[in-house]
Each structure stands twice: as C-alpha cells, then as structure tokens.
Design a protein around this ligand. Sequence first.
Ligand code: FUL
Length: 472
Amino acid sequence: MIRNYLRVFFFAFLLFPLLGKTQKPAVVPTRQQLAWHDMEFYLFVHFGPNTFTDKEWGLGDEPEDVFNPTDLACRQWCRIAKATGAKGIIITAKHHDGFCLWPSNYSTHTVRESKWKNGKGDVLKELSQACKEFGLKFGVYISPWDRNHPKYGTPEYNDVFVNMMKEIFQNYGPIWELWWDGANGEGPNGKKQIYDWRRFENTVRTISPKTIIFSDIGPDARWCGNENGIAGKTNWNYLDTAGFTRGIGAPPNDTLNQGNVNGKNWIPAECDVSIRPGWFWHENENSKVKTPDQLFTLYLKSVGRGANLLLNVPPNRKGLISPEDSASLIGFKKLRDENFYDNLLKEARAYYEFSENDLTSKDIKVRNFGSGAYGANIPNFIVEFFQPTNINCIILREAIHLGQTVRHFKIELMRFNNKVGEIEGTTIGRKRILTFPSQQVTSFHVYLDDKKDNDNVSGVAAYLIDEKLVEK
Ligand code: FUL
C-alpha cells in the first residue's frame, strides 16, 4: 500500500514540472495595463521655452526669461480635455532643452529662474491640481536628453535624472503615466549620456509601482513606431524586448508598429501625434490644425486598431489652448458621439455559426464596448438583423485580460442568401473598428479562421457612420 502511495507521489513529482512546461500561461496585461487600455484617448501637452522661441528642439541655452506665459490657465486645458472626451493629460515637464516646468532643486534652468510669476510659478503643480479637479489622469514626459545640464554626459547626470523623477513623484503624484523619450543627443559639453535605464526603472517601480512606464520598448506601453498616430493594421499587444534598448537600440519601427505575434511581454502600442504639424505651438501653424474629420481618421487608425491615442495639443504663448485647436477638438468629440451613438445591433440577434444555438444579445454582449466583457470563445458566429439594415462599420473586440489570440478573421456581409461584401483582417485586440462602403445587409457572418489559441472575442457592434468618414 505505502509503496503505491510512494509511486503516485513519485509520478506526481515527475509529471507536474512537465505539465507546467507544456501549459504555458498566457501573457496577459497587468491590472494597471488593463485600466490603461480603457483610457483610449488622452492629450499630450508640449509647452516650454520652444513655445516662445518658435523652435521644436531648443538648444538649452535659452535665457529662462523667455518662458513667460501671460495668462497660463491649466484649468482651461483640463476643461477642453474633458469636453473632447480625453481621459488624461501628459505634459513635457522637461524637453530636450532641459528647462524644468517645476522649480527643481537639481537644475538652475527652471520656472524659478524665469520672470513668470516672479519665479514663483510651477506648471506641474497647477496642472496636477487641475487634473484632480477635473477627474483627469496626470502624466509626465521627462526627456533624459538634456542640452542644458552641466552634468549631462557624466555618470552624475544619472543621479540628477533620478532625483528629478523622485521630486516629480513626491510633489505632484500620483503620476499615472511616465513618458521616456528615447532621444539621446549631445549635451552642452558635446558628450552623450550613458543612461542607467535599469536604475531609472527601479526608481519608478519602487516609488510608484502603479505608474505606467512608456518608452520605445515599455515596460508597460510601447511607441507605435511613428509620430503620425497610426498603429499597424496588424497590431499585437506582445513585444520581445530581449537584446533591445531604448532609442537607437530599439526594435525596428515596423516591429514596434505591429508588435510580435509570439512576443514574451504584454507591451501595447500608444500612438502619439500632434494636432498641428509641430509638437510645440507656432503662430504660423494656426491655420494647419487638423480638422475634426482628420482627427476621426486618426482615431480609427489608432484606437480602432487596438492602440491608445495620445494627441498633442500645444498651448500658445498666453499659456492657453488656442481657439483653432479647441474648436477642432470639440468637433472631433461631436463626430465620435454622433457616429458611434446608435449601435444597430440593438436590433439584431446572434447565433453560433454551426450549432445555430441562439446566443441572444446578452450572451455575446453585442452592445456597448467597455462594459465588462468576457471571453466567449465563439469560433464563428452570425449576426442577424430583424430587418434589412444599412451598415458601413463593424467593431470587434477581444477580452484582452485573457490575452490576444486572433491572427486572422473574415466577415461576410449578407443580404438574404447573397454575399454582398467581404472584409478581412488580421488582429483584433482591445477594439478593432472596420469601415467599408455602406451595404444593406440582413446578416453578417464572422469567421475567426486563424487563432493562436481559443479566441476571446467578446464584443461586436455595427454602425452606419457618415460615409465621408469611411477609411479609404
Ligand atoms: C520626440 C521628440 O524629439 C519630439 O520633440 C517630441 O517630443 C516627440 C513626442 O518625441 O522624440
């Protein structure tokens, strides 16, 4: 008897490690990343000496007095962010010119040395407070590249950078997202810095473990590989980072754009883009602000491909968002509201493709995205309308807390028994918005024909959007 028990134990010990090896756990987002995905769209604010000198990259030798906004009002930024449906604001606390928008103890090139408010002003303080008041998340961009700091290019600069981050976290936290720019140019002494990224990361993880760290390669969110705000049509939330670094040593841009199908880490893409041609405000770009239609297209190409949209809206020399930009942002919100108001699947039923099992809309969550959806693992399904309906937009969604698995899908648009259109695509991810020339349909059939594992498709919606907004 005892012998038998021993045998069982023996096998169990032998077997468990083997089982463990074959059943690899899915790579899934952390709780913070999941919440980050739901942020979808937020604003970037480039503001600093460049706003006043008409530059994009300051040299770092600009006198502090050039920074002198006459009517700075972070509450106005927040009011506009709220009105456009953005969920947070990330500000350039320090751009490459090294000027700090807060009175840092580790620099002499800050708001404190400027005329603005007699050196008593603090943009980070104002903005962090305004964000709290308006219920917006507060994020900080801090450029490691510093063209002003005398220590740049020496090991001591890494202490400076760490101390600056500590100041920011301690004085203006919680910081929801920290944005590390990979740029690494020369400092005032002509030297480049060897960044101690590991130390930077440990510092942030220790003092603020919930902060999302963005950089070319994460660890929490990655650059989408371009500054046009466009995610890949194939967009995996997975990325392999082994052997890569930030900046020049980052993976190729198209890898960052598409992710790695079998990547070992969950590092989703964030699409940064400016509402104007430049990142900073320039008078002569007032007439070049992107229109609401252009912003809507960007939304389709970022959020609609499962990424987040970080839209830069640079304040002017008054320290206010210009009327051109705010008008466009309001128009953009109106377009999203009007076009995604009426999910036509309220008037539809869904079936499993093969079993003809009536799923009912409740089971496959055909309604609103964003309301806790779960993996349904429905390989193929039909959505049937109660009456012929014009549609030109279908949205699919994967329950990404279970991972991302769909490699290829096909949708057939049907009018009674005739196929009137076909759409195909690769990844789905958090949200995939597909637009096509409008068709009158009675049903559509979704085939998830290539998957890495069980599919986690958990949502589907259909709309008739303004025809001019359909992606060309
Ligand atoms: C880049 C910077 O060089 C640009 O000035 C801008 O800040 C952009 C968001 O990131 O790397």
